[in-house]
Design a binder for this molecule. Structure first.
Ligand SMILES: [Zn+2]
Length: 412
């Protein structure tokens, strides 16, 4: 097992999650997600769009946190279209970016009905190859090439596309099941063919339109490894993402660890499920989307038993009715809620109340000048988030005020 290639996670909450209809995250919330993902041992966070202007300060500020060693060892990767022009703009706006995924459609459906004559099969490969070479020239350390709608792409063309990407210098191919069209059976076969033919690490980007995102991701990772290539699964916290969502982060980890037959496959050793409860709760609060009662691992009912036979069985031995332990997911601690007076720090806070909030977090300021400076940033953070800040956000602002200021700054 040790010699086998491994499974790594690339979380795309800060890209696919935020491009989803009706939900969004502030740049501070995206930063917190990056910090939690790093703490959780996730390999990479797809942290945003380097070509989009309102992302620029946030992206550069987070790369500053990388330089400071705060966001380490996680990799922060940007998403851009696979065109030379977009790659150039990405490096112009975010010069320190080191990891990129370059995306272009590869299915007949999209080449014919989306590009509508602007690009054909040959020019799709040409554009992609030029973009990969440009990204490498401008300093990209790792490049993933995304085949959008890969699941509806002709297999021979997909292999030709991936081969060209590899020869141009790409490190990985992202197989995007953009519409959630695959089944575990079809994706296993297709990834196995692709990985065997091209011998390149495979990323799996699954969508949940048919409720198969997690199953497809696990089957695809198994196929890549059976073909001798590393697998990188794209996930989103709480299964957020376009339409019916992406593969849920915690479910994917649980499936690789505990599903039948998966024990022979090696998950990145750095992954630490202890953070699961915290990161899922935070994302739920930040997105304003409640966690369903039956969400795997995290839902209120994930470890609840009521019926006579189940309750009796679980009390005798948890393995009778539980595949994994709640403690492993960071659950089990009581949560304390203030029921008396509560001072919060908001857009219109004054210095006294503000000091009270920070004293409770056991954070002290050197002098009034420092306190006033942090208070001003906390006010902006509240304008930015439009909901009460959580303790970790308050701590972050006090610890990294200059980075926080950059995150809050936008100049349309
Ligand atoms: Zn997607």
């Amino acid at each position: 097992m040790k010699d086998k290639p491994g499974i790594y996670l690339i979380d795309v909450t800060n890209r696919d999650g935020v491009q989803t209809s009706r939900i969004c995250l502030s740049k501070l919330q995206k930063t917190m997600i990056n910090l939690y993902l790093n703490e959780m041992g996730i390999f990479q966070s797809e942290f945003g769009f380097p070509v989009t202007h309102h992302e620029t300060n946030y992206l550069n500020a987070n790369l500053e946190l990388v330089k400071m060693g705060v966001l380490s060892p996680i990799r922060l990767g940007g998403w851009v279209r696979a065109t030379k022009d977009d790659v150039r703009v990405a490096f112009k706006q975010v010069p320190q970016i080191k990891h990129l995924n370059l995306s272009i459609s590869t299915s007949d459906q999209m080449i014919i009905h989306k590009f509508k004559g602007k690009l054909d099969h040959r020019s799709v490969i040409k554009e992609m190859v030029e973009a990969v070479k440009e990204a490498r020239k401008l300093g990209a350390e790792t490049i993933g090439v995304n085949a959008e709608d890969a699941s509806r792409t002709r297999m021979d063309y997909l292999i030709e596309f991936a081969q060209a990407a590899k020869e141009a210098g790409a490190d990985r191919i992202r197989y995007c099941d953009t519409l959630g069209y695959d089944t575990p059976f079809s994706i296993y076969e297709r990834i196995k063919l692709l990985a065997e033919a091209v011998k390149i690490p495979i990323e799996i980007h699954g969508h949940n339109d048919l409720g198969l995102a997690v199953a497809n991701s696990v089957a695809a990772a198994k196929a890549a490894i059976d073909a001798g290539c590393c697998a990188y699964i794209n996930t989103c916290i709480n299964g957020m993402g376009e339409r019916a969502g992406n593969a849920d982060l915690v479910s994917v980890i649980l499936a690789i660890k505990y599903a039948s037959g998966m024990q022979d496959y090696r998950l990145d050793e750095r992954v630490n499920l202890k953070l699961a409860w915290k990161i899922c709760k935070y994302a739920s609060y930040a997105f304003g989307v409640p966690i369903p009662i039956n969400q795997p691992g995290i839902g209120a009912n994930a470890f609840a038993h009521e019926s006579g036979i189940h309750a009796d069985g679980a009390l005798k031995d948890r393995r009778n009715y539980e595949l994994y332990d709640f403690e492993e997911l960071g659950r089990g601690e009581p949560e304390i809620i203030d029921t008396g007076r509560k001072i919060t720090a908001g857009e219109y806070s004054g210095i006294k109340g503000f000091r009270n909030v920070y004293e409770k977090l056991e954070i002290e300021f050197h002098d009034d000048k420092e306190a006033t400076k942090i208070l001003e940033l906390v006010r902006y953070a509240n304008v930015h988030n439009q909901k009460p800040l959580v303790d970790d956000e308050l701590r972050f602002i006090a610890k990294y005020p200059d980075v926080a200021r950059q995150i809050f700054t936008m100049n349309p």
